[in-house]
Design a binder for this molecule. Structure first.
Ligand SMILES: [Mg+2]
Length: 347
């Protein structure tokens, strides 16, 4: 009594998983065949919470910088009361700037641990109804047109697709996709159109092609052009690269109709939840997106989707062999399982 059992203090382990991709993943700015993500295991009192970081080079993150941040957080977490996750989540954010993927991994593990300790699915921490999950899109990366058509044909389980553009042959891409499917399309240019007049012309053309919205048509640095474009665009403009965390939302509605929140950008689930509330206060539509992630981070993000308008949680489907199993997708809709925590388990 009064003596700490060896297992009573939290322990963190982190491990790099080299995830091979099904297809070379190509968007307007880069291409990759393998994704090194960092999985975090947070154990205490016989319960292990699992988190994941998908480091992004755009935000000066790598597996190494992620592991370094986790080491920095180790003394805090290994001496903390994990049940005080709201305070602890903020203390993790306060450890230093950037490295939001590492922060997300720790926050996911922390919330997963808590939900498992309570014996409830993660979505119960926010009082959400699992049946209210939205449709999720499946993303088609840039490739040769027949390959893109093949990917579209393989995505029969989805009722909406997200098409990556931002090339010098964007209309050919959309025409080719339209030859093989009539589902609604979301179009993501990943900042590929550098001129506002070109962006408007492209969007006007896309408006006749069954497109639901356009994501990040121009570079994030061109905010004034977004203000100009929003006043003219026949399709909603969704910010992705233009918004990273909570601090970026103020003023954004002048140039955009909605935002793409990702837990790897926000620094975790708790911050993403705050972002959803703030976006609503600014009358922004909300999409919950992802990076290339295993079922751990995807299932964690999926727990928040009953709160959003659009989901784009397909990162685990781009991995050749996901080491984890979590959410399901049925008739294009996310199916949350009722396991305690985020519900992702090792295969
Ligand atoms: Mg995007």
């Amino acid at each position: 009594m009064g003596v700490d059992m060896p297992d009573s203090a939290p322990r963190i382990t982190a491990k790099v998983f080299e995830l091979p991709l099904k297809y070379t993943w190509k968007i307007s700015r880069n291409a990759s065949d393998v994704k090194p993500n960092v999985l975090v295991f947070l154990s205490c009192q016989g319960i292990t919470g699992i988190g994941e970081a998908a480091p992004n080079i755009r935000y000066e993150e790598s597996a190494e910088s992620t592991l370094a941040f986790i080491e920095k957080a180790r003394p805090l977490l290994e001496s903390a009361d994990l049940k005080q996750y709201a305070h602890l989540g903020q203390e993790i954010l306060d450890l230093g700037p950037g490295q939001t993927a590492a922060k997300a991994a720790l926050d996911i593990a922390l919330l997963d641990w808590n939900a498992r300790a309570m014996g409830v699915p993660l979505y119960r921490l926010w009082g959400l109804a699992p049946a209210r999950t939205p449709l999720t899109s499946y993303s088609i990366g840039i490739d040769e047109l027949p390959v893109m058509q093949k990917k579209v044909s393989e995505a029969r389980d989805f009722r909406v697709l997200k098409i990556k553009v931002g090339t010098d042959r964007d209309r050919e891409i959309i025409e080719a996709v339209r030859e093989v499917t009539d589902v609604p399309l979301r179009v993501d240019a990943n900042e590929g159109w550098k001129d506002k007049h070109l962006a408007l012309e492209n969007i006007q053309w896309l408006a006749g092609k069954g497109v639901e919205f356009i994501e990040q048509p121009m570079p994030a640095a061109q905010f004034e052009d977004y203000v100009w474009l929003k006043g003219r665009s026949p399709l909603p403009l969704i910010a992705d690269e233009s918004v990273k965390g909570l601090e970026d939302i103020g003023g954004l509605s002048e140039g955009f109709h909605g935002i793409n929140i990702k837990i790897m950008k926000s620094g975790g689930l708790q911050q993403a939840h705050h972002m959803i509330s703030l976006a609503r206060a600014h009358r922004l539509k909300v999409m919950l997106g992802c990076m290339v992630e295993t079922s751990v981070a995807i299932s964690a993000a999926a727990a928040l989707t009953p709160l959003v308008d659009y989901a784009d949680l397909d990162g685990h489907l781009l991995i050749a062999q996901d080491p984890f199993r979590g959410i399901g997708i049925k008739n294009g809709r996310i199916i949350l399982n009722d396991l305690p925590g985020h519900g992702a388990v090792e295969r």
